[in-house]
Design a protein around this ligand. Structure first.
Ligand code: ZN
Length: 242
């Protein structure tokens, strides 16, 4: 069994299509989606339509919630606010209905899945340091917690003595006695300095989680955003990956 783990697509159809192609080559059996289908990009309905077909688990992100009017956008920066208003105008009723069914937090076997953090999932906290992770480890009870939200793939390991280590290594070999918080990166708007779409694959047999990167047609995704009147900054950052 191999599971594709995707997050933060942000209405980037070109990045999602390339990722699907790559997961297909990777012989992924099932796909878990960790939130933020929409916001920023120009293809929200197309992305939602694909998720409907492919995702076995769908979680809500803060942008999905904002697009539905379920979270206050006052905490979003100006560009993000503009893109949410654009998204609200363009989402079809069908897409809205589908997004509304996304879960906030769920568990499957030894995985807890949540968009931002298991600590107060609707407050959308970032897990960026071992200090953050230390608190979050207390708020889930499975061996592994899978998250997105920061758009930077990284993992936090808790060793049997309770020490927390930040790691950017891949693949991650899952070991007995250790616990993990793993950020699977962002399909549609990576921010770790690498503009390639990012996702992860869990392989049951080898008990590994591997981060994968895929090239996609960034220019095409950008053109659609420029044409849609979405703030230039949001299109420009796709090329730099920051
Ligand atoms: Zn996001």
């Amino acid at each position: 069994m191999r599971i594709g783990l995707i997050s933060d697509i942000h209405a980037n159809l070109e990045a999602l299509e390339a990722t699907l192609q790559s997961m297909n080559n990777d012989h992924v059996d099932e796909i878990f989606f960790l939130g933020d289908a929409v916001g920023y990009g120009a293809s929200p309905n197309e992305v939602v339509g694909i998720l409907k077909e492919i995702a076995a688990i769908t979680l809500a992100g803060n942008h999905d919630y904002a697009a539905l009017g379920l979270t206050d956008i006052a905490e979003f920066n100006e560009d993000a606010q503009e893109s949410i208003i654009w998204t609200q105008k363009h989402l079809t009723q069908e897409s809205r209905d589908y997004l509304r069914n996304f879960e906030i937090l769920t568990t499957r076997d030894f995985f807890t899945l949540v968009h931002a953090s298991p600590l107060e999932p609707l407050r959308w906290h970032y897990i960026l340091t071992p200090q953050h992770a230390q608190i979050d480890f207390r708020y889930f009870h499975t061996q592994i917690c899978l998250v997105g939200h920061s758009h930077s793939p990284m993992s936090f390991l808790m060793d049997p003595a309770g020490k927390i280590i930040l790691s950017r290594e891949s693949p991650i070999k899952l070991q007995e006695g250790y616990r993990y918080i793993i950020n699977v990166g962002s399909v549609g708007q990576p921010r770790d300095g690498n503009p390639k779409a990012c996702y992860a694959v869990y392989d049951e047999e080898s008990r590994t989680i591997e981060i994968k990167r895929v090239s996609y047609n960034i220019l095409k995704a950008q053109d659609k955003m420029f044409e849609a009147g979405i703030p230039d900054f949001l299109a420009d950052r796709l090329m730099s990956g920051i």
